[in-house]
Each structure stands twice: as C-alpha cells, then as structure tokens.
Write a protein that binds this ligand. Structure first.
Ligand SMILES: [Fe+2]
Ligand SMILES: [Fe+2]
Length: 378
C-alpha cells in the first residue's frame, strides 16, 4: 500500500544538499531531506497592511474561537489520579492497561505517530511566527494575531501531553524510542513551503487542522471498536479542539478571499500544487529512514488518514470557501481557480490507479521501534 500514499503524504522529495548543514551533525544519521526552502518572504511587503487592517476583525471573529482556560479540559481529567491512595491509583492504572490490551499493535503505531506529531508543537509555533505581518514580534505581543497564536499553542499543548501520558501508562509502546523520535523531529523542524507568507501559512493551517480533526476522529472510532472507551473519548475530545481551530483558520482564509481574492486564490493553488505536507514529515527514530512513509502507510491501511481524506478535505475547503463561485478574478486568479477546482477528481483518479498497482504488489511489512521492533504490514 505504500505506493498509494505517495500522493497525499510524501510528495517526491527533491534533495537539497546545501540545507543539510542546518542539522547539527549529532542529530542526523539519515533523516528525510528538505524540499521547499529556497523561497522566502514571498508576500509583497505592501500587503502587510492587509493583516494590520484586519486586526480589529481578528479580535472580534478569531479570538472568540479560543476557549477560556477555566472552561478547557486538561490532560489530568482523563488520566488516573496520582494523588489518590496507592490502591486506588493502581486500580485505575490496571484498568487502563486492561482496556488497551486488546488494541492491535498497528493501532499503536498510528497513535504514536499522531502523538509525536502533536508533540512537535514548538516547531509549529515557530513556523507560524515565521509569517510576515502576523508573527508575535515580542513574545508577548497584544496584537490579536500573536494572541491567537500563543493561545492556540497553549490549547494544542494539551494534546501531546495527554496522548503521551496515556501511551506511557498503557505499557504498549517503547517510550524511549518514542521520545527519541520527538527529539529528532523537533530538532529537524518542518518544511511546509509557506515562504514566510501568511496567505500560504493560513491555507496550510486550514488544511492541516482539518486533517488532524479527521485523523483523531478515526483513532477515536478505532479505540471504541477495540474496547477502550476512555481512549475513544480522549481522541474525540482532541478532535473537537482541532475542529474549532480549523474553523478559525478557515475563517481567516475566507476573509482573505473577500479582501484580496486574487492573492488568496493563488495562495490556495500554490499550496495545493506543492501538496500539503504533513507537519511530521521529517520524523525519524535514528533507525528507519522511511519512518514517516511507513507510519503514513499504516494510517492509510487502517483508514485513520488516507489519500481519500486528502481529496475530501480539498473538496470541503473548495465548498466552504465557495471557490468555484468567486468572480472577477485576474487571469492568474482564474488559472489558480481552475487548477484548484479541478484537482480533487484528479487526485482520486491517481489514487485509484495507485491502489490498483498496490494490489498487484507483494504485501510488505516494516519494523517499528515504537512497538519494540515488531513487524506491521504497511
Ligand atoms: Fe493538536
Ligand atoms: Fe491542531
């Protein structure tokens, strides 16, 4: 099945050797290569004023999508209470381990991959703060774009925390290998091709938040089917945060389409041409140079995140942003519109062909260090 994933998860990576020096030598053996980074600051500087002028709009339309801390769930709400008596705490941990005991190893591969993706949060806050016109200029700026980014990060921070602790208590995964992967990944960063350009950045985050909503929703479903309703609730609760965040980023792009339809339409097309790369695409555990492809293949096989989901998300965004209906575009804008609006059927066709090809291939497996080097079909 791995070949079928090339479409959505791992677009061909062009080696860019000069960028290798960005990795401290101790952090690399043979992790994935970077692919985009030649273009920077692609938004014309005069467009920065658009984001300044949208500050009041962001205050009234985006900041309210955050949840006040006292109304937010916290990881400890879902975990055994360590301040309980020894017996009570042990019973709760035993119950947790009993619930997870029937979930298959391949489920843990996907859940670990999702957790690692969440845990590389420092990278995502860094990425958003590369964007011209919306970055947090001081670290505590009261500009609404910066306030959103910090509070979004704070909300997101609970996701990796909760999943990591749950995985630790389950005893089903090799935490040391999981932790190494997180360390490698945060050291490597990410390369989404957003070029310091907030148009590209917000298209990327719109897509990405929906992708995580879909994927956590599916790990919730599988946990329920596998006999762990608490884990199902955990993944479902995380998914609903992602949905709220998706809503914010989608609204921002919707607003950009209103104030600068050509600029926003070409940004959507640009990101889709590059293909949306998953944020953890540089993941590495010190052993498997194809770790991300292998993880993606298992996610595809289990139906947690698939090439069809990729096309579904694109279609959802086309609909949500009413991209087909936007009129009065320039030549460049119209070309972008035509490209984006015709893309989903093409992706599905390519995917069907990839599935057909994969059916003819011998089934293959990969060893995952996260689950003590056990083999899983990919
Ligand atoms: Fe998240
Ligand atoms: Fe998210």
């Amino acid at each position: 099945m791995q070949s079928s994933l090339v479409l959505s998860f791992s677009p061909p990576i062009k080696p860019t050797p000069p960028l290798r020096h960005l990795h401290p030598p101790s952090a690399i053996a043979s992790p994935p290569l970077l692919r985009h980074q030649s273009t920077t600051h692609s938004m014309p500087p005069e467009k920065t004023h658009i984001f300044k002028s949208l500050q009041p709009w962001a205050t009234h339309n985006i900041l309210p999508l955050l949840k006040p801390v006292d109304r937010c769930w916290q990881p400890s709400d879902f975990l055994p209470v360590s301040s309980n008596s020894d017996d009570h705490f042990s019973d709760e941990v035993r119950a947790l381990r009993h619930r997870t005991s029937n979930l298959p190893d391949e489920y843990f591969v996907v859940l670990v991959g999702d957790m690692i993706t969440e845990d590389a949060l420092p990278t995502y806050q860094t990425m958003i703060n590369t964007l011209d016109g919306v970055r947090d200029e001081t670290g505590a700026s009261v500009d609404p774009w910066a306030m959103w980014t910090r509070a979004w990060t704070a909300e997101e921070n609970r996701h990796g925390d909760l999943l990591r602790t749950y995985l630790y208590l389950s005893g089903r995964v090799d935490m040391n290998m999981v932790e190494r992967t997180v360390q490698y990944l945060i050291s490597s960063g990410m390369d989404p091709g957003t070029e310091n350009n907030p148009y590209l950045g917000f298209v990327y985050t719109s897509f990405q938040e929906r992708a995580t909503f879909v994927s956590h929703g599916n790990t919730a479903r599988l946990a329920k089917e596998g006999g762990d309703p608490v884990l199902a609730r955990i993944c479902g609760t995380i998914a609903s945060d992602e949905k709220r965040h998706e809503n914010a980023y989608v609204k921002i792009v919707e607003k950009l389409l209103e104030v600068d339809p050509n600029g926003a339409m070409t940004a959507v097309a640009d990101m889709m041409r590059k293909k949306i790369t998953m944020p953890a695409h540089l993941m590495y555990d010190g052993q498997d140079p194809s770790l991300f492809e292998h993880f993606s293949a298992v996610a595809q096989r289990l139906g947690v995140y698939t090439a069809d989901d990729y096309a579904d998300i694109l279609e959802y965004l086309i609909e949500r942003w009413r991209l087909k209906k936007i009129e009065g575009l320039s030549g460049e804008g119209r070309n972008a519109q035509e490209f984006v609006c015709g893309l989903a059927p093409r992706i599905r066709k390519l995917q069907e062909r990839a599935v057909e090809r994969a059916k003819k291939m011998e089934p293959t497996s990969a060893k995952f260090s996260w689950i003590f080097n056990k083999d899983v079909m990919v």
